[in-house]
Design a protein around this ligand. Structure first.
Ligand code: SF4
Length: 351
């Protein structure tokens, strides 16, 4: 059994290493809770390099909570375009609006903060500890990996209830004088040193206290059961152009996958003729011959689209269904397009 002193030594080693070695990232140069909140939402499921330009754009375009709270939805989605997981920005806007209207600021209280729309335990712990120095657990995949190795925790990290075990572990270890460096130190260690494969144990500041390292088991942890395979769905897209050079686009429903974004008409079939019939029927159109333009796969969390895209000409404008319309190429640029639609647009119209 280790005495409790090891926890103090572990904390010191981690926080000192973090203060010395942390990467210089734009959100680490601010203590503005609202800006830190933006960065934490953007960083979920997204790489640091990808987030940086979006973070800079958002904090310049929406420097205060009220700027984001009341920004037009279409504009907000446009500024988020390319980051994916669009429900994040909708929830962020709702949460920021609620915080602004209720408190006039980001509340310095994890319980109140977590009641806001879209704020889960990870975001709450990260923002409260980093912005306000409140000791709160911020447990993400990186943190679970590091702590499963340091403490030899063998619970399956895919199971939602396992998070509690790690949250308790963090609260047992956390540096109460500098919870910000402690939480960020764990995240940084997971991102740069204690990596999923071949962790760089010889460079690790907490190696002396790492049980997995001492038992030579670091690559066995964390325990992670296989996720269910994603469902593969065929998707035939038909980009239809009318005689005046306009293209037909549809707006997706306001809820669910890629909510509210624009796309070329598509059908869930691998048969182009069947797709053409369905789309022509939907918009009252006569379509000319189909020309294949591009094929690709697009991977979502639970689903893979196998996309085959075709171009076709229409003799007249038909009777476009609700939430759809004809657009010139330059007008399409101002719509919010998900990445699969952009790929089709680039193939049929050009970038
Ligand atoms: S010693 Fe190795 S396994 Fe342990 S925390 Fe450090 S990098 Fe991870």
């Amino acid at each position: 059994m280790r005495s409790n002193d090891w926890k103090i030594q572990f904390c010191d080693a981690l926080t000192n290493w973090y203060r010395r070695e942390c990467r210089d990232l734009p959100w680490r140069r601010t203590s503005n809770p609202y800006w830190i909140w933006i960065s934490e939402v953007m960083l979920q499921q997204t790489r640091v390099d990808t987030v940086i330009p979006y973070y800079l754009r958002f904090t310049e375009r929406y420097p205060k909570m009220e700027d984001l709270a009341y920004a037009p939805e279409e504009e907000l989605m446009k500024n988020w375009e390319g980051l994916g997981y669009y429900s994040r920005v909708r929830n962020l806007q709702s949460g920021v609006r609620e915080a602004f209207e209720t408190y006039g600021e980001v509340p310095a209280d994890p319980v109140r903060f977590m009641k806001l729309k879209g704020v889960g335990p990870y975001t709450a712990g990260a923002v409260m500890s980093i912005a306000y120095g409140i000791p709160a657990p911020a447990v993400d995949g990186n943190v679970m990996r590091v702590l499963s190795r340091v403490l030899l925790i063998e619970d399956d990290i895919v199971k939602p209830k396992t998070r509690k075990i790690f949250e308790e572990a963090v609260m047992d270890l956390i540096d109460r004088e500098d919870p910000s460096s402690f939480n960020q130190g764990l995240m940084e260690l997971g991102a740069t040193v204690c990596t999923p494969t071949r962790p760089k144990c010889l460079l690790c500041p907490v190696r002396d206290w790492c049980a997995a390292y001492h038992e030579g088991r670091e690559e066995e942890l964390p325990v992670k059961s296989k996720k269910k395979k994603q469902e593969t769905v065929p998707r035939t897209v038909i980009a239809v152009k009318n005689r005046s050079g306009r293209w037909l686009l549809e707006r997706r429903p306001d809820e669910g996958l890629l909510a509210g974004m624009w796309e070329f008409p598509a059908a869930e079939t691998a048969d182009p003729d069947e797709a053409a019939r369905e789309i022509a029927g939907r918009h009252g159109l006569e379509l000319g011959p189909l020309q294949e333009t591009v094929r690709f796969k697009h991977v979502f969390t639970h689903r893979i689209w196998e996309v085959a895209a075709f171009a076709a000409a229409a003799d007249d404008d038909g009777t476009p269904a609700a939430r759809s319309g004809w657009f010139l190429p330059e007008e399409i640029g101002s719509l919010t397009l998900p990445n699969p639609t952009k790929k089709v647009r680039d193939a049929v119209i050009g970038e």
